[in-house]
Ligand binder design. Structure first.
Ligand code: GLN
Length: 191
């Protein structure tokens, strides 16, 4: 609907998946998994509500289909948005992930940057660290029971998993590092 979906589609197809853009509820009902891209979470939240895509995502989740939210996608999946970082009037949230996120948490000075992150679950203990691109990114300020932290940037939680749902503050689709998408596809294969 909005945001950086085409690069996710390209990455997943390079890895042998059959990825396509999902705009309507049926596109999600027929898929084995779903990526909610980065972009603008307020806009994505409004659009998914308008077209009934929110209900299709909740149904996919209830079915156990793997879901991956990047950046704005992480915000849309969250149960709670930290006070002061929410748009006035509230913001549509799916509430699938038992986390609190603070939007635009890195501030104006450094609203975009690239770095490397340790994430042994994705890279193995001896693999090179993940390359991560952050763009006006959120951080996770609270995790509920059953939420596993996959990576931190300094002390900030930026990559989590809860059941078959993963979410990252950063954009792996903007790098040549395909390991996060491989990990997502491994969840689909397991299912
Ligand atoms: N700042 C955006 C938001 O709050 C997210 C940015 C992104 O997805 N790269 O929705």
């Amino acid at each position: 609907m909005q945001g950086d979906y085409q690069r996710h589609i390209d990455r997943l197809n390079e890895l042998g998946a059959d990825a396509y853009p999902a705009r309507l509820p049926d596109d999600i009902a027929t898929a084995d998994g779903l990526v909610i891209p980065g972009g603008e979470s307020t806009t994505i939240g409004k659009l998914i509500g308008r077209y009934g895509v929110d209900k299709a995502i909740l149904a996919a989740h209830a079915d156990g289909k793997p879901i991956y939210g990047t950046c704005a996608g992480m915000i849309v999946l969250a149960k709670e948005i930290a006070e002061g970082t929410e748009e006035s009037g509230g913001q549509a949230k799916l509430g699938i992930l038992d986390i609190t996120v603070a939007r635009n948490a890195f501030g104006r000075q450094i609203d975009s940057f690239e770095c490397v992150l340790d994430a042994p679950k994705i890279t193995g203990d001896t693999g090179t660290p993940l390359t991560a691109v952050f763009i006006r990114a959120p951080i996770v300020t609270r995790v509920g029971n059953g939420v596993e932290v996959i990576a931190k940037h300094d002390d900030d939680i930026v990559f989590i998993r809860q059941g078959n749902v993963i979410a990252s503050s950063f954009h792996p689709e903007l790098t040549d590092d395909t390991r996060v998408h491989q990990y997502f596809l491994s969840l689909l294969n397991e299912r």
